[in-house]
Design a protein around this ligand. Structure first.
Ligand code: SF4
Ligand code: SF4
Length: 371
């Protein structure tokens, strides 16, 4: 049986700390043995202050690190950010200040081990710290995601793929959401965190998961030893059919079952959570596909007035679909695979995913037909 615990919470540390301690005690008693090497894996996507809701809140990470230290374990905190210098991320993200009095190591994943995650992917490069830790604690953020609908517990472990291997995997799995979800679930299974906590106190809705998303106060933390189960429970909490989440369908395909989940704690329901517009997989003859890619399906677009030509997006783009012109950037939508990495890495919130005019028109006609 997979137990999911949902607790109402705030970032008031005096109240938050005992809630986190209790959640770990209930969900994973005897998690930490003396001297255990414990990897704490938050979401450190990019440099963003806590009020933007991009990163796992530093006070949640602080409480977990204190728990590990109190039980005699040796915590370290690591992630592989999509963009930006690690030192800047922890400074702007509030980690430096939150962790300053704790004996805890924090840094980016640096080395990897080739690890077999099963067919069809075989051996892939996963962060050594994640594979070799005695215990992994997965600290995800509750956010929307323009490619995968939501980014929760399972997807958070994609950060165990180091640096430039990430866009390479996006490219290899292309616009095939199901294949990408399968990759995510297989990475999750291999890293095998002992517990997953999802920070939904200040969540993100709209065009997440980076600065184009909109912070939304929910005041909740959800946790489980089973990251798929916690993702499933969060979907229910947000009034979203869990089957809409690619990772839930991929996990089910790989043998996971939702029949045996027990959800306890505070009851919580949100009925107006604003989801992102998602990209669509293209089909049909080549010319038709080309037209669809340009005018129908969702694509990344730039708000030129916000773009500072910093180069993060074109350097990161796995399909090399972004070109710098003299005063602006330009997309080649014929080769863009709609991975939305560029939106994730843009430090100035200048990119967002927008449907083509034909897609918008079709949506309007459809909505008139059904209402
Ligand atoms: S869109 Fe964003 S990431 Fe790309 S060059 Fe402009 S500011 Fe930089
Ligand atoms: S342009 Fe953006 S969405 Fe398209 S392939 Fe490059 S990073 Fe992905």
């Amino acid at each position: 049986m997979s137990q999911v615990l949902i607790k109402k919470a705030s970032y008031n540390y005096a109240e938050l700390r005992p809630i986190i301690f209790e959640m770990i005690d209930v969900l994973a008693p005897d998690l930490i043995t003396p001297q255990a090497r414990v990897l704490i894996k938050p979401n450190l996507l990019m440099a963003a202050p806590p009020e933007r809701a991009v990163l796992t809140h530093p006070l949640i990470v602080k409480a977990v690190a204190e728990y590990v230290i109190e039980k005699g374990g040796k915590p370290s905190i690591a992630d592989s950010p999509a963009a930006g210098k690690f030192a800047k991320i922890i400074e702007i993200g509030g980690y430096q200040a939150a962790l300053k009095d704790l004996d805890v190591k924090i840094g980016p994943f640096e080395t990897y081990v080739k690890t077999d995650i099963g067919e069809p992917f075989g051996k892939i490069e996963i962060a050594r710290d994640a594979i070799e830790a005695d215990v992994v604690i997965n600290l995800a953020k509750l956010k929307t995601h323009a490619q995968m609908l939501l980014t929760l517990g399972v997807k958070n472990l994609f950060g165990c793929i180091i640096g430039l291997s990430k866009p390479e995997w996006h490219f290899r799995t292309g616009v095939d959401h199901e294949m990408f979800a399968k990759l995510l679930v297989q990475i999750y299974k291999k890293v095998n965190p002992s517990i997953t906590l999802v920070d939904g106190i200040l969540a993100m809705e709209g065009q997440g998961p980076a600065k184009s998303g909109t912070p939304r106060h929910l005041g909740v933390i959800a946790g489980s030893h089973d990251a798929v189960a916690v993702d499933w429970a969060i979907c229910n909490m947000l009034d979203i059919d869990p089957e809409r989440l690619h990772t839930i369908r991929a996990a089910r395909y790989l043998g996971w079952d939702s029949l045996d989940i027990q959800v306890s704690g505070d009851s919580f329901k949100v009925t107006d959570f604003n989801l992102p517009q998602l990209g669509t997989v293209v089909f049909g003859p080549r010319l038709f596909q080309k037209w669809m890619r340009r005018h129908f399906i969702q694509k990344p677009v730039v708000e030129q007035s916000l773009c500072r030509l910093c180069g993060e997006c074109w350097e990161y783009c796995p399909a090399k679909a972004i070109t710098r012109r003299e005063k602006q950037i330009e997309f080649d939508y014929d080769i863009c695979i709609r991975c939305y990495c560029c939106i994730e890495v843009c430090p100035h919130g200048a990119l967002k995913a927008v449907k083509g005019w034909a897609g918008e028109l079709a949506d309007r006609i459809y909505s008139k037909m059904v209402h």
